[in-house]
Design a protein around this ligand. Structure first.
Ligand code: PAF
Length: 284
């Protein structure tokens, strides 16, 4: 491993390192993660390095964003390998806090995302998830004090939540939504792809294909958004998926009208064990 990747576990040491860089006039880009890193995360590091002088990554499996029936305990913890990958990719510092360092005695969310943003798409079936994300990211922002923060656009709703958070708390952090990184067949990279069986993996790019098909229909002039989503849901369900939602919205996640020209098409669906999400922007 390169010796240039600093590893810190507590906020005091983290802030001492960051202060040295800020005092030297350097800008800090921050990539928050829950570890189990893959090429998608590493490309966030690449973006961070282009946008600032120093790249700080956090690895923290955040308990408050997992529901009672979700995979918190099983969530893969691969810290040693993650740190090796980060070192090779040229990150400057990795922050590896414990639950205690982040939350102290009270492991709960103190930030509540507004309903119109929270109660749709992934928030609908994952109550409390985005409150947990917003709360931990606020704590991490406070600890790291970055100039820039980079998130993957695969989690499109999450990026909108972070933009809301930054505006709500008047933070001077530039939020960057980085492009989705895909496998050769179009499947969006995700830590959850490793749970697909070989057979499921061969069918996994259909999620992306269906988004492309919808975009094609919008380009042909269809404006019956609900019917279009329903057709796509039926088509995907017929091939062994279990669709949570397929929605055609405006980029700010509000309902489109007849006159809308810019769309975001978003989907979440289970293929066997894993729940996969994807989205596609489309301008007509
Ligand atoms: O996208 C993730 O990995 C997490 O939701 C984040 C932003 C690191 C917060 O725990």
């Amino acid at each position: 491993m390169s010796i240039t990747l600093k590893q810190v576990n507590d906020i005091e040491s983290l802030q001492a390192e960051i202060k040295k860089w800020h005092d030297a006039g350097e800008r800090i880009a921050f990539v928050p993660t829950m570890g189990n890193l893959h090429e998608g995360h590493l490309q966030l590091v690449d973006v961070a390095k282009q946008k600032a002088d120093r790249c700080v990554v956090s690895i923290f499996v955040n308990p408050t964003q997992f529901g009672p029936n979700e995979d918190l305990e099983q969530y893969p913890r691969t810290q040693k390998k993650d740190c090796e990958l980060l070192a090779t990719r040229g990150a400057d510092l990795v922050f590896l806090p414990s639950v205690d360092v982040i939350y102290g005695d009270e492991v709960s969310s103190d930030i509540h995302v507004p309903e119109q943003l929270n109660n749709q798409l992934c928030g609908k079936n994952r109550p409390g998830h985005f409150d947990g994300v917003a709360s931990v990211v606020a704590k991490l922002f406070n600890a790291v004090n970055p100039d820039v923060a980079v998130f993957g656009n695969k989690d499109y709703q999450q990026v909108q939540v972070i933009r809301w958070l930054v505006s709500e708390l008047n933070l001077k952090i530039k939020v960057i939504g980085a492009p989705i990184v895909r496998e050769d067949d179009g499947l969006a990279m995700s830590s959850r792809n490793q749970y697909l069986t070989n057979n499921e993996r061969q069918r996994a790019s259909r999620l992306q294909n269906i988004l492309q098909l919808i975009a094609g229909e919008l380009r042909k002039g269809r404006r019956d958004y609900s019917a279009l989503s329903e057709e796509a849901t039926l088509a995907l369900n017929k091939t062994g998926w279990k669709v949570d939602y397929i929605e055609i919205l405006r980029p700010n996640l509000t309902q489109p009208t007849e006159k809308t020209r810019d769309f975001i098409i978003l989907a979440a669906a289970n293929l066997g064990k894993p729940r996969l999400i994807d989205n596609l922007k489309c301008t007509i």
